[in-house]
Structures are given as structure tokens and as C-alpha cells.
Design a protein around this ligand. Structure first.
Ligand code: URA
Length: 198
């Protein structure tokens, strides 16, 4: 059994916040164990809670289209959420729920060792860059510690606000080049900004 599969078993038993008692299925995340691209969404919705898999509803269908626009499929990337259980009624996850779940995502990232973390939406952006606004930083890669982070709007946002569809598509098609250049991105904001031109 891989370390990641063992971790899924631990996550399945988690009772560390109130969301555990509402869930049908825990949604740990899935994808390639050696993925270079690690996508982080917000929280499971109704479909994900039913199936125990991330991004299997309408936002997931759009994400699949976005991935295919850069020649990728789900089994070539890894995808997980900031919280692993569905908040009741799809409400936003609360700070104590995000905090309780933090360790699981940290361990997934440690095991997978991706090159680029793609944050989808506000909640995953906030986890790494709490003071940034998505409207300003989306589509701009930056380095922090050993990793490159690439903030994008959440695919569900495009389902609600049509004008964001093209923004998300345009941000997505920059990913292959960002991955290719990941080793060259430095922590200095000025240098990271050079990649804005990509
Ligand atoms: N939205 C998310 O953020 N995550 C999912 O898994 C599904 C929808």
C-alpha cells in the first residue's frame, strides 16, 4: 500500500471538526502520485460527497475541459480540496474547519512533491497568500519556499459569472509554460512578475 493510500485511510477516519458528522463520504483527493501539477479546490459539494471523489459535478466537468485544453487528463495531475468533507448546504468552510483539515493537505503535498500548486478560488489562495485578492493575482505564478503557486479563479465561478470563463481559459493555457519554467521562478516579486508576460 502506498503512503498516500495509507493517508486516505487516516483521512476517512477523521473526526477533527463538525463536518465529519454531516458527510456521506470523505473526499480526500485523487490523481497521479507523482503529479507535477497539484490543483487545490475549496470543498466537496453534493456530487463529491455522494461519490467520495473531487470535482465530479458541473465545476468538475468544466475543469476537465480546461485540462483537456492543455492536453491533460485527471490521471496526470493531482487534485484535492482545502477541506475534505462537504459543508452542509454547500456553505463556505469555516476557519476552524479549514484549520482542522490543514494537516491532510500538507501531508498530501509532502508525499506528492509537485512542482506547481494551482489554487482554484479564494479559499485555497487564502491558505497560502491570506492577504491577496484573487482578482489581482490570478494568472500570475509566484514562488514561496520550495514551490511555485499559480492562483486561478474557481471553475464554479465561471458557471455563475460568464465573463470569467475566458479569464479562466486564458489562465489555464499558461500552465504548461509555467511548469516548464518552474525552476527559474524565484521568490523575488520583481522576477516572478516577469512571468506575468507569459
Ligand atoms: N468545488 C470544489 O472546490 N471542490 C470540489 O471537489 C467540487 C467543487
Amino acid at each position: 500500500m502506498s503512503a498516500l493510500t495509507e493517508l486516505y485511510a487516516e483521512i476517512a477516519n477523521c473526526q477533527d471538526c463538525g463536518l465529519a458528522k454531516h458527510r456521506i463520504k470523505v473526499v480526500p483527493g485523487e490523481g497521479a502520485e507523482d503529479a507535477e501539477l497539484f490543483f487545490i479546490g475549496e470543498a466537496p459539494g453534493w456530487h463529491e460527497d455522494q461519490q467520495g471523489r473531487p470535482f465530479v459535478g458541473p465545476a468538475g466537468a468544466f475543469l476537465d475541459q480546461l485540462l483537456s485544453s492543455i492536453g491533460l487528463s485527471r490521471n496526470q495531475i493531482y487534485i484535492a480540496n482545502v477541506v475534505k468533507c462537504r459543508p452542509p448546504g454547500n456553505r463556505d468552510p469555516l476557519p476552524d474547519e479549514i484549520q482542522a483539515c490543514r494537516k491532510w493537505l500538507d501531508r498530501q503535498i509532502e508525499l506528492i512533491q509537485p512542482s506547481v500548486i494551482i489554487t482554484l478560488g479564494r479559499y485555497s489562495l487564502m491558505r497560502y497568500f491570506p492577504h491577496e485578492s484573487i482578482s489581482k493575482v490570478h494568472g500570475k505564478p509566484r514562488k514561496k519556499g520550495d514551490l511555485v503557486y499559480y492562483p486561478m479563479y474557481h471553475p464554479a465561478a465561471a458557471l455563475h459569472q460568464g465573463r470569467l470563463r475566458q479569464v479562466i481559459q486564458a489562465d489555464m493555457i499558461k500552465i504548461p509554460e509555467i511548469l516548464a519554467q518552474a525552476g527559474k521562478i524565484t521568490e523575488t516579486p520583481a522576477e516572478a512578475r516577469q512571468l506575468d508576460l507569459l
